[in-house]
Design a protein around this ligand. Structure first.
Ligand code: UD2
Length: 287
């Protein structure tokens, strides 16, 4: 199936953007895939797509728009199981879910450091897959909650291990990527190395592959913690290190992770998923 989808993706090639990586993974852009053909593969397989989001502290306010917009645009026609990690289960909004879509709330204590919240997601993801998912779920996406869907996000995003290009750095020269540059950190990437700068807001793939990623990133985060070092962009830095040595088999273009404050560029024909504008000082527990 992967091979057939891959062929579908690169057949309708766009000339203005890079649609395939040097290691031959497709980069998904509008006009590079045929939704009905892709659906005809995946619908037959009756797959379940787990979707994890963390909404701790004041970030619960983002859940309503996230879920309502996901119900309009995200994985329509597929079985979707949302797993919401929150310290305030009572604040999870009642959103009407479509057929074959369900939601589980998981209680988690918050932290007084936002950095701790974002980096602990790897450990929670690893445990959740271990305990609840391995035989129940085919694919998984871990998504940031301070986001909204604006357009189609379907089975063209599925793959063994899937990364998204961070919208802030897709035209930045490699040596200016904000990778972790201190050799003391397990997330260290030397100058001259690296392929893309991937965003921590979207991690996806087959459940076993995402488990492997979460486990390795969690182990490296633990080693950094033991050495009293925190990577420049927490788990996002470790994710970038992981993808340097374990190449994603599919890459999502910035259509799949935009930022509301950025104006659209000509190569972005559709914004599908975007980080909303937030007042960091107001929503985060610490500066
Ligand atoms: C970037 C990344 C984010 C993560 C972070 C690393 C993008 C667009 N975003 O975003 O994925 O890698 O850098 O530090 O690539 N959260 C809470 N409560 C909090 C704080 C965070 O629930 O008090 C959760 C929530 O799901 C949020 C996520 O952690 O969406 C990421 O935190 P952020 O959005 O504050 O991080 P940000 O904007 O620096």
């Amino acid at each position: 199936v992967t091979t057939m989808v891959f062929i579908t993706v690169i057949n309708k090639e766009r000339k203005d953007v890079m649609t395939v990586t040097p290691w031959l993974a497709p980069v998904v852009w509008e006009e590079t895939f045929d939704t009905s053909l892709i659906d005809s593969f995946y619908k037959m397989q009756n797959i379940t797509v787990a979707t994890t989001v963390f909404a701790l502290g004041k970030y619960v306010q983002f859940l309503k728009d996230f879920l309502e917009s996901a119900e309009k645009h995200y994985m329509q026609g597929y079985r979707v199981h949302y797993y919401i990690f929150t310290d305030q289960p009572e604040a999870v909004p009642m959103v009407t879910l479509g057929a074959n879509r369900s939601l589980t709330t998981l209680k988690l204590p918050s932290s007084n450091r936002w950095q701790e919240i974002t980096l602990r997601r790897m450990e929670k993801l690893e445990k959740l897959i271990d305990t609840q998912m391995i035989n129940e779920v085919d694919y998984i996406f871990s998504l940031d909650v301070d986001t909204k869907f604006y357009g189609h996000w379907g089975a063209e995003t599925l793959g063994d291990i899937v990364a998204v290009i961070h919208p802030g750095y897709y035209s930045t020269p490699r040596d200016e990527f904000p990778y972790e540059r201190r050799p003391e950190s397990q997330a260290y990437i030397p100058q001259g190395m690296g392929d893309y700068y991937y965003g921590g807001a979207v991690i996806g793939g087959r459940v076993e592959e995402v488990h492997k990623l979460a486990k390795i990133c969690r182990m490296q985060l633990d080693m950094d913690k033991a050495n009293s070092i925190e990577a420049a962009w927490q788990e996002e830095s470790h994710l970038n290190k992981y993808f340097l040595y374990n190449k994603p088999t599919k890459i999502l273009s910035p259509e799949y992770l935009w930022q509301d404050f950025k104006s659209k560029t000509d190569d972005i024909k559709i914004i599908r998923f975007s980080q909303v504008i937030k007042n960091y000082a107001e929503v985060r527990p610490n500066p």
